[in-house]
Design a protein around this ligand. Structure first.
Ligand SMILES: [Mg+2]
Length: 199
């Protein structure tokens, strides 16, 4: 899991050391929620018993810090459930995440004005962008290059492909390309940053 304090976001990994099922995710979620509820109960003294935590609090721990640990366990379990369900029904979890974010905005829980200040700065959202790709618009190639130029370009592309084949690298990658002047570009950058695909 990675965090970004500046963006007020938390990012949870898809766990790759487990083979979860919907049922096992449900059990884990209930278990972790139970552990969190137990701490909340002890914090409020509602259990009516002397605080007796297992394992006992370390010197640096507080009840609240233990609650945070458990809240992360609950969140990680819920994320694992999301990945498992998406895999089962063949949905892309990233698209689902975007739909979830849209829902939060619709409900007003994620205020657009505040997000522009923190997550999507109006200026400078491209800071740190690495120029890794050369993008040519096919229409421009046809319109502005001679037939000979186009053949040369084909040769260059083929040589690059041969180089990748020689190095046993994938040659049929497909990329989504967006113009940075699109109004939604800062959102895309924010998503890429959140998934560690920036710079
Ligand atoms: Mg736990």
């Amino acid at each position: 899991m990675t965090t970004s304090i500046e963006k007020n976001t938390l990012q949870f990994h898809k766990l790759n050391g487990l083979t979860p099922t919907v049922e096992s995710c449900t059990m884990k979620l209930i278990e972790e929620l139970g552990e969190l509820l137990q701490l909340i109960g002890k914090g409020q003294g509602s259990s009516g018993e002397k605080m007796n935590l297992q394992p006992e609090l370390e010197a640096w721990e507080t009840l609240e810090s233990r609650m945070i640990d458990e809240a992360f366990d609950v969140a990680q379990s819920a994320v694992t459930m999301i990945f498992t369900l998406c895999e089962k029904i063949g949905y892309n979890p990233l698209l689902w995440e975007q739909a979830h974010e849209n829902k939060l905005r619709d409900k007003g829980y994620l205020a657009a004005g505040k997000m522009e200040k923190t997550d999507f700065p109006a200026e400078g959202f491209l800071v740190g962008m690495a120029n890794k790709f050369i993008v040519l618009k096919c229409d421009d190639v046809k319109e502005y290059l001679t037939k000979n130029d186009q053949m040369v370009l084909d040769c260059i592309t083929a040589r690059l492909a041969l180089g990748r084949i020689h190095d046993k690298r994938k040659v049929d990658n497909n990329y989504l390309v967006i113009n940075t002047d699109e109004p939604y570009a800062p959102e895309v950058v924010a998503i890429m940053k959140r998934h560690g695909h920036w710079g």
